[in-house]
Design a protein around this ligand. Structure first.
Ligand SMILES: C[S@@+](CC[C@H](N)C(=O)[O-])C[C@H]1O[C@@H](n2cnc3c(N)ncnc32)[C@H](O)[C@@H]1O
Length: 317
């Protein structure tokens, strides 16, 4: 999906695909970077990644964030997970990052990462309660003591889906120079779940492929309940990528972020083997928090404890 409707990517987030013949998954993966150039959200996450010694990017797609982090000199462990093989094939062009096929719910690590992220609205592909619960539990298990999970999800009050219609189609040139038109159409809005199609066509409108996706728009209270159930405490919430607080202009009431005390020690359970070397823990945030109210703060606004969450509830850029 393009940034208008959630960044594009194949795999489960794309749901059913009605036709692939005219434009392959590999072409879609190559097009992703054209449709989603580096932006403020990427700067936000890169800042967090560069401040953490070990990072898991869940739903990493083509891996732009971790590839950029390595290029920028990150010397620690970087690991990206995604179920979409075509996206991973793009990511794997950089071999000094671990790239693993899988979904959030199936990540196998235990206490290994200082930071987990879900970027580009990947969190919203976790639609069913069971999948959301299993994914949050697995992400929390993957974190070392003091670890953090950072992600964003669109504010349902902003009703972004109302702009996802063919009148807002995007004309692009793919990496091979082929002109394309990308158009969205919402099929249904059922409670918190928006189902839409993304049609890739020639400029004259002849469709090449149609992808269908469902995205969940969780409001702050429901989201907080899922996070608490998974053992996360909310460390910070922001209303935009400049770390402005959630407030009336977000447009969502501000919610106080509270660190939560670590839970009881967790023990490994039988399951898939770990991948990669273990990371020593516990790890604490490397950068001190900015003073309260410091608008230039470059780090999280509160020190984190086990499994804290830096969350951004925002409008797409
Ligand atoms: C919109 S893309 C975001 C990609 C990348 N994080 C970015 O910011 O560019 C969503 C990604 O989530 C992946 N995805 C779909 N279902 C998933 C799941 N259950 N667990 C983890 N990732 C999933 C898709 O394959 C896709 O690459």
């Amino acid at each position: 999906m393009t940034e208008q409707a959630g960044r594009r990517g194949g795999g489960p987030d794309a749901g059913a695909t009605d036709g692939r013949a005219g434009y392959s998954d590999e072409q879609v993966a190559a097009l992703y970077g054209v449709l989603n150039p580096w932006g403020p959200s990427d700067d936000f996450y890169l800042d967090l990644v560069m401040g953490a010694g070990s990072v898991l990017d869940v739903g990493c797609g083509t891996g732009a964030l971790l590839r950029r982090a390595r290029e920028a000199g990150h010397a620690g462990r970087l690991c990206g997970v995604d179920p979409d093989q075509a996206s991973l094939a793009v990511a794997r062009r950089r071999a000094d990052v671990e790239w693993v096929a899988g979904t959030a719910a199936t990540i196998p690590w235990w206490g290994e990462f200082e930071l987990a992220v879900m970027t580009g609205h990947a969190f919203q592909v976790l639609v069913a309660d069971d999948e959301l619960r299993a994914s949050l539990a697995a992400i929390r298990r993957s974190l070392a003591g003091g670890g953090r999970f950072a992600f964003e999800t669109r504010n349902p009050l902003a009703r972004a889906w109302e702009r996802w219609n063919p009148a807002n189609a995007t004309d692009v040139l793919d990496p091979a120079g082929r002109p394309l038109r990308i158009a969205h159409q919402v099929e249904s809005v059922a409670g918190e779940v928006v189902t839409l199609t993304e049609t890739t066509s020639d400029p004259d409108g002849a469709p090449l492929r149609v992808d269908r996706a469902s995205l969940r728009f969780l409001g702050p209270d429901r989201l907080a309940a899922f996070l608490a159930e998974a053992g996360f405490g909310v460390e910070a919430q922001y209303g935009d990528w400049s770390r402005a607080p959630l407030g009336p202009s977000s447009p969502e009431p501000a919610r106080k972020a509270e660190p939560r005390r670590p839970g009881p020690p967790r023990r490994p359970r039988p399951g898939p083997p770990r991948r990669g070397p273990p990371v020593p823990g516990p790890c604490q945030p490397r950068r001190p928090p900015p003073p309260p109210g410091d608008p230039s703060g470059s780090g999280p606004v509160a020190t984190g404890r086990d499994g804290s969450v830096i969350q951004s509830l925002h409008e797409p850029r």
